[in-house]
Design a protein around this ligand. Structure first.
Ligand SMILES: [Cu+2]
Length: 509
């Protein structure tokens, strides 16, 4: 029987059926929600491939109103592992996709053309985006070639605003400077489609940030970290179920893989001057968490920004814990090393597994500094009399099979779990069973408490749109939605959890 979530809900809804599911056992590594998927391909030695930098997307035209772009989603045969070819799904045929680099307040109108053989949806993660352009998971772009999305197109994929071949998304970019990203958001199939390459950066800049004496140009570098596994012939390995959404039971906690890609290259190497660099770190992994650290030497991460832009003041971290979909904007000072030194970035949550390496090439002049005050915008408001809501993220039934739920419900695109008034502060409480990186669309939030205490984790500061919640933890955030009425999403950004129904609609009114 085809596993159709809505089909199941239609049957079960009338009977009040509910399955009690047992835990699938202990996680092998308590720091990770996920099961390791090992490559069959011969893997390269680390630190051989130079770090690629995704190209900046250029508009095809501009007028007084907006900049206009076109992106073609297509298959591409990429050499990710040296000597092997990997068939990827890429925005403009590259992995990661091109980087959008835009000014705050300047509208970007992006036509997305789907030349793949599956349906897609594009979401601008962290974007303050009108609902029709936010990437509701059933607002599908059907393939341009007239196929009907292959295995995806069971009846349960209908009901959205479907287009064929192309769709135009409008991004007002009316928000402060921040590191956003765009990625696929197709209902039930986000995880395999992001895994195969449908993700890229979207950087917003503004005057406040431009005035800071921070590293720029080729000393401002995105680091998009994503783990992937490869079959013997170089193709992506992914444990998808054959006849419906989701992954094999063994992987339902999440797919963590054995090759670390940074900007699409396996364990790359990058040559730097002995000066300060700015790195925009994005964890684009489906499920893996990272605690990034340096293998030797004095370097630290001085955090200047989080998901939603600049912090009020910098925070120095010895290591950086980054959950899926989180962004950390950091300064690393290589002046403490000598030319010829090599420093490796490792993941301390996985036994110091390699991530990438920097080679310090030469001494150089550096007129940058890290101001003691970065922004005045990041301080948490303390409004009185706010509305409270609770969102419980737990294992549960996802339509005839085991999956993940929010408030006991599998995602149903017809059900809005909340009606939220614009322009009012709300305190949202997130409660977990295992690790869940919780993401809210449309508005950034600030973390108020973690584990019942107002002492936050050192990674909770600033405006966030994704918060890393540990097993059996309670986190409260303050959120206020503005400007756009419509249907939006709250979901877990462990993409296997998301596809296996850990998503809920809410409506701003
Ligand atoms: Cu989750």
């Amino acid at each position: 029987m085809k596993m159709s979530r809505r089909g199941f809900l239609a049957v079960a809804g009338g009977t009040g059926a509910a399955l009690t599911l047992t835990s699938c056992g202990q996680e092998a590594n308590p720091a990770q929600a996920g099961e390791l998927l090992r490559s069959k391909a011969k893997l390269p030695e680390p630190f051989q491939v130079p770090l690629p930098i995704p190209p900046v997307k250029k508009p095809i035209r501009s007028d007084a109103k907006a900049d206009y772009y076109q992106v073609v989603q297509r298959k591409a045969s990429l050499e990710i592992l040296p000597g092997l070819k990997t068939e990827a799904m890429g925005y403009d045929g590259i992995l990661p996709g091109p980087t959008f680099d835009v000014r705050s307040g300047r509208t970007a109108i992006v036509e997305q053309v789907n030349e793949l053989d599956v349906s897609t949806v594009v979401h601008l993660h962290g974007g303050h985006t009108p609902a029709p352009s936010d990437g509701w998971p059933l607002d599908l772009i059907m393939p341009a070639n007239g196929q009907h999305g292959g295995h995806q197109m069971g009846g349960h994929m209908e009901g959205g605003d479907m287009t064929t071949g192309r769709r135009t998304y409008t991004y007002p970019n009316a928000q402060r400077a921040a590191t956003l990203w765009y990625h696929d958001h197709t209902m039930d199939y986000t995880a395999p489609q992001v895994y195969r390459g449908l993700f890229g950066l979207h950087i917003i800049r503004d005057e406040e940030e431009a005035e800071l004496p921070l590293p720029k140009g080729d000393r401002e570098i995105p680091l998009i970290i994503a783990d992937r596994a490869f079959d013997a012939d170089g193709s992506f390995l992914y444990p998808a179920l054959k006849d419906g959404p989701g992954v094999e039971a063994k992987y339902m906690e999440g797919v963590v893989a054995d090759v670390t890609l940074v900007n699409g290259a396996p364990w790359p190497v990058h040559e730097v001057d002995a000066v300060r660099y700015r790195f925009r770190v994005l964890n684009a992994s489906n499920a893996r968490r990272y605690e990034l650290g340096f293998d030797k030497g004095p370097a630290t991460f001085v955090q200047i920004g989080s998901d939603g832009g600049l912090l009020d003041k910098p925070i120095e971290h010895k290591t950086l814990v980054v959950a899926p979909a989180e962004r950390f904007d950091v300064i690393v000072d290589f002046s403490q090393y000598q030319p010829g030194d090599e420093v490796t970035v490792v993941n301390r949550l996985d036994g110091n597994a390699n991530v990438m390496r920097f080679k310090i090439a030469r001494k150089a002049a550096d007129d940058t500094r890290i101001p003691a005050t970065l922004s005045t915008y990041a301080v948490t408001p303390r409004p009185a009399g706010v509305v409270r809501r609770e969102w419980r993220f737990r294992r549960g039934d996802a339509g005839g099979h085991r999956g993940w739920t929010i408030n006991g419900k599998a995602f149903d695109p017809k059900v809005m779990q909340a009606q939220v008034k614009l322009d009012q502060y709300e305190i949202w409480t997130f409660v977990t069973d295992v690790h869940h990186p919780v993401h809210v669309h449309l508005a950034p939030f600030q973390v108020l408490t973690r584990g019942g205490r107002s002492k936050l984790s050192e990674f909770d500061h600033g405006w966030k749109d994704t918060v890393d919640i540990r097993p059996a933890e309670v986190v409260e955030v303050l959120v206020k939605f503005t400007a756009h009425k419509g249907k939006y999403l709250i979901h877990c950004h462990n993409l296997e959890h998301e596809d296996m129904a850990m998503m809920a609609g809410f409506e701003t009114i």
